[in-house]
Design a protein around this ligand. Sequence first.
Ligand code: FMC
Length: 263
Amino acid sequence: MAPQDDQPIDAAIDSEAQRKPISTIVIFIAMHTEALPLVNRFQLKEEHDSLFPKGVPWVRYHGIYKDLHIYIVQPGKDPALGVDSVGTVSASLVTYATIQALKPDLIINAGTAGGFKAKGAGIGDVFLASEVAFHDRRIPIPVFDLYGVGLRQAFSASNILKELNLKLGKLSTGDSLDMSPQDEASITANDATVKDMEGAAVAYVAELLKVPAIFLKAVTDIVDGDKPTAEEFLQNLAAVTAALDETVAKTIDFISGKCLLEL
Ligand code: FMC
């Protein structure tokens, strides 16, 4: 393991920042379906100012809830194909632009994920990620191999974990919904319980710019089950999104009035 990779991001955030009340939260969500219940719940309004470059499909909602500025950002629809811009490339771009523009105290990457029943995941479970890594960046050269895996600790939010009774698990990220045999071997090596397409990319940017990030992932499909992933994902998306919405809302309530140290 590369020395810089196992340093918890908490250590990179100065203690003064950890003690001041949290005031701005960015929630990065890849799919519109996942974001909509939260936009409605917190009565967030879409903002169309010049914070993001002109012409990009990125979407930003904002509102004030209790003492918090809440932003939900999405990569938006692919300009050519009209589908949500899921995956690591757009996730990292939007996370970068959002941090630069809004300087949030905390990033929450909320979304759906595939879960491994052998590791205790069931449909509708919401996991808090303890750490995140990539499973599709294979570079079999010493040290580059570790760079490819890109293991990073999530901000440790042990009180959120306890208070909301969430499951804790490792998250593995790749740019495919399905799982090739090579991906499977890397996911096993990553000891992951959940698998998504954005988490490790968000973690990379958050670490670069020293913003704490937590990852809330709701299980839409069982990767080591017998149903085809795409079918199971689409079938469960609406119901699981409701579970995710509940968890994110409770997380926001818990965060209100607290500082990073208290999470
Ligand atoms: N594998 C990878 N990603 C996902 C998944 C799975 N079994 N289920 N749900 C997801 C998430 C990804 O992060 C994407 O944003 C979206 O849902 C699927 O395109």
